[in-house]
Design a protein around this ligand. Structure first.
Ligand code: ADP
Ligand code: MG
Length: 408
């Protein structure tokens, strides 16, 4: 059996017209001899009647502290609804489609409600349905614990569902269908002349995704990468080839090897983080300051990013939602943190950055010529990050996109 996983995001299943386009992608797969396994996200975005955020707003307005277990039951409904609607569309077009919840599809997770990790996949139920010639639709973003509790997988969870199923079913490819034509050199909502990348490595897309390109969830990339299952990012609404994510193993015989002929692959950005700056002053136990601060953050379950530990100061960022909690903790410890809210992290990513001198210099020069203040910077062998004021973010992304000639 040649299995193809096709994942359709929220915008792709929002209207009957769009679901008809989804059906034509499924039909193409069947005509090419594939047994398709379809993963769906919930319909629409916040405010739309069947969007997950809408359900959350509804219960939070009544009782803000609904236990996580019940929240997960609620949040798993959006994908079940869109799955049932898509099955209706498929059946109306002559397919024999069946819907499985994440648990029914064999997705077993730990019990970390709201952000559960997939521990294994038992593909038996899906394989049975496929062998009966059915098109299997799986509700994305959800799984089930060993003892039968329903869990959700956190942001981008449907991408993770698709990858986990692709690996468990040894699919020929995991196709992520969305509202853009592939992975682009920057978010097309910001950069008008962003270009579609034909091929990227798992590593590059993972970096892009971790740094904020929400086109695919990084966990999904990591899962596909473990077994070298090719990922393709494509548009539901066109027939262009999209972006192929792979390591291009020669034994697969697909395409050509990716050479690092480009220095920069793409630019990513995050919205709204808060920078905290703690001056260590001249406390007698200075050497313990860093340890204390990060331990306190960890105890409070606050994830920190962009950490810079210097002899005189500690700088790091936290998400805006937890910023005031973090500040309170620091104040209780006797520090007076400097707080810069509304910051954005802008990153340039490319496997070719390593060992190429002057990339950082070019970045700094371009940004300062464009009047963008750099609040902090850091680099690794594939990424250079800068932290800027949120109001400078669009300018920074556009400037860097131009500087590194990424446009069409
Ligand atoms: P879906 O609902 O299909 O999962 P998402 O909204 O999660 O769709 O992801 C698609 C969106 O990702 C695009 O509409 C685009 O604005 C955004 N995006 C951000 N960075 C990039 C990038 N580098 N390439 C393509 N799209 C990007
Ligand atoms: Mg998505």
């Amino acid at each position: 059996m040649r299995i193809l996983v096709q994942k359709f995001g929220g915008t792709s299943v929002a209207t009957e017209e769009r679901r008809a386009q989804v059906a034509s992608k499924v039909s193409e797969a069947v005509h090419c001899g594939y047994s398709p396994v379809i993963v769906v996200s919930a319909i629409g975005r916040s405010g739309d009647p069947y969007a997950t955020d809408t359900f959350l707003t509804m219960v939070k307005g009544i009782y803000p502290d609904l236990p996580k277990r019940e929240l997960d039951l609620l949040m798993s409904c959006g994908e079940v609804i869109s799955g049932a609607v898509l099955v209706s569309t498929l059946n109306s077009q002559g397919f024999e489609a069946v819907l499985l919840t994440g648990g029914q599809a064999g997705i077993i997770t730990n019990n970390d409600f709201g952000d559960a990790r997939i521990v294994r996949v038992e593909p038996g139920a899906i394989l049975n349905k496929l062998s009966e010639g059915k098109v299997v639709v799986v509700a994305g973003f959800q799984g089930m614990t060993e003892d039968g509790q329903i869990t959700t997988l956190g942001r981008g969870g449907s991408d993770t569902t698709a990858s986990a199923l692709g690996v468990a079913l040894n699919a020929e490819s995991i196709d992520i269908y969305t509202d853009v034509e592939g992975i682009m050199t920057a978010d097309p909502r910001i950069v008008e002349d962003a270009r579609i990348l034909d091929t990227v490595t798992y590593n590059e897309i993972c970096q892009l995704a971790y740094q904020g390109s929400k086109v695919i969830h990084p966990r999904a990339v990591e899962i596909a990468m473990q077994r070298n299952i090719p990922l393709r990012i494509k548009s539901t609404f066109s027939d262009t080839p999209g972006t192929l994510v792979t390591n291009m193993h020669p034994d697969r015989g697909v395409g050509t090897d990716i050479t690092t002929d480009r220095i920069i692959t793409g630019i990513a950005h995050t919205l709204s983080v808060t920078q905290l700056r703690i001056l260590k002053g001249d406390a007698p136990d200075l050497h313990l300051t860093d340890k204390r601060i990060f331990k306190a953050m960890a105890l409070a379950d606050i994830s920190v990013d962009f950490i810079s530990v210097q002899p005189e100061a500690v700088l790091y960022t936290v998400s805006d939602e937890v910023a005031s909690k973090a500040v309170k903790i620091l104040e209780n410890m006797g520090y007076e943190p400097g707080v810069v809210s509304n910051c954005s992290k802008v990153s340039i990513i490319g496997a070719g950055i390593a060992g190429v001198p002057g990339v950082m210099a070019d970045m700094v020069e371009a940004l300062s010529d464009a009047g963008v203040t750099i609040l902090q910077s850091a680099d690794s062998h594939t990424t250079i990050w800068v932290l800027v004021h949120k109001e400078d973010m669009v300018n920074a992304v556009k400037t860097l996109h131009k500087k590194f000639q990424l446009g069409v």
